[in-house]
Design a protein around this ligand. Structure first.
Ligand code: COA
Length: 332
């Protein structure tokens, strides 16, 4: 028996604290207009760990919102898949932290996956396969990111780009009379470009030392132009592939939700297809790049404000460090 996968519910959480471009310009040599012109970003949210706005803490609230929509309780979740570029801790993993915070007592497996900003997208085909085969019934797929913990606030090349937040989706079985399904997915990784976006120190290869801290090697480092070019090319190619693999056409896409890294990247991908801008979901202006949380946050917002409706065909695409990339085409 093969089941179709349905998004049963979505949820998101954004911290209240807003950091504007002008706030950043007080610290590094930049200005609001430069940031808006090059990225489309106006402001971003910053998590407060003292209020438990951590990856798992933000995910708790986002999940409770998704459970309400799905009409499920926390103990109905039978698998937690968590994408966090910087987890709560190296271990226990963030998915276990979330299981605890949600009060889940059914002993469901809880797993972290790291594919940087593509992490949530990487989890979609995996969750889809496990729903289709009947292995699990209600899979919680989380992108929960506290990018402010890897952001170097003294580096104007990177600190303008990122923000904190969390988005989740609960995937389950569509019933026989429902059309919801994931038509097609694709994932890639190009390790020849692994050095273009990275945090050099803090893991097993380079532990934190005074010297590491002095050189700032514990913060994110990026070759912005290379990442930009690769992002446009890859997201466009993978988007086209999932639409073709589904036996559909660009006109069949009701909504396109790209990774929210940079408005110019989003526009360049859209232009490659001649995709109508009004069908592209954009919130990078408000939240900046929330890493693997960006696609599920945008999905949740567009569902809650009524743009995305049941039966709509949705194209999702993401890219990130690795360089990893992925796309999915589905009927909501
Ligand atoms: N404010 C003002 N000037 C800045 C600046 C800032 N925040 N950051 C860089 N500059 C300067 C540079 O120093 C450079 O100056 P120079 O010409 O005197 O050397 C100039 O602006 C142009 O820099 P450049 O890197 O060529 O700009 P860009 O048009 O490529 O834009 C990014 C920079 C980072 C916005 C852009 O490359 C980008 O968004 N890349 C993708 C990043 C991304 O999405 N990462 C996450 C992936 S998940």
């Amino acid at each position: 028996m093969k089941f179709n996968t349905k998004i049963l519910g979505t949820g998101s959480f954004l911290p209240d604290k807003i950091l504007t471009n002008d706030d950043i310009a007080k610290r590094v040599d930049t200005n609001h207009q430069w940031i808006v012109d090059r990225t489309g970003i106006h402001e971003r949210r910053i998590a407060d760990p003292s209020k438990d706005e951590t990856p798992s803490g933000m995910a708790k609230i986002a999940t409770e919102r998704a459970l309400e929509v799905a009409n499920l309780t926390a103990n109905d979740i039978d698998l937690i898949l968590f994408s966090a570029t910087i987890p709560d801790h190296f271990f226990p993993n963030t998915a276990c932290m979330l299981q605890h915070k949600l009060g889940i007592t059914n002993g469901c497996p809880a797993l972290d996956v790291n594919a940087a900003c593509t992490g949530w997208m990487y989890l979609i085909p995996m969750a889809n396969a496990m729903i289709q085969t009947g292995l699990y019934k209600h899979i919680l797929v989380v992108g929960g990111e506290m990018t402010s913990s890897f952001n170097n606030w003294d580096d104007r090349n990177t600190c303008i780009l990122f923000g904190d937040g969390c988005g989740v989706a609960i995937l389950g079985r569509a019933s026989e009379n429902e059309e919801s399904q994931i038509y097609s997915t694709v994932l890639t990784a190009d390790s020849t470009k692994r050095d273009h976006l990275k945090i050099p120190a803090g893991g097993a290869v380079q532990r934190i030392t005074h010297e590491v801290l002095e050189k700032g090697e514990n913060w994110v480092q990026m070759n912005g132009q290379e990442v930009f070019k690769s992002a446009v090319k890859t997201m466009a190619a993978l988007s086209e592939k999932v639409i073709n693999d589904a036996g559909k056409h660009m006109n069949d896409v009701d909504w396109f939700i790209p990774h929210q890294a940079n408005l110019r990247i989003i526009e360049a991908v859209g232009n490659r297809f001649g995709f109508p801008p009004e069908k592209v979901i954009i919130n990078v202006d408000k939240y900046a790049n929330t890493s693997s949380a960006s696609v599920p946050i945008a999905l949740d917002e567009a569902i809650r404000d009524g743009r995305i409706k049941r039966g709509d065909n949705i194209l999702l695409a993401a890219f990130g460090g690795g360089l990893t990339a992925g796309a999915a085409f589905l009927k909501y």
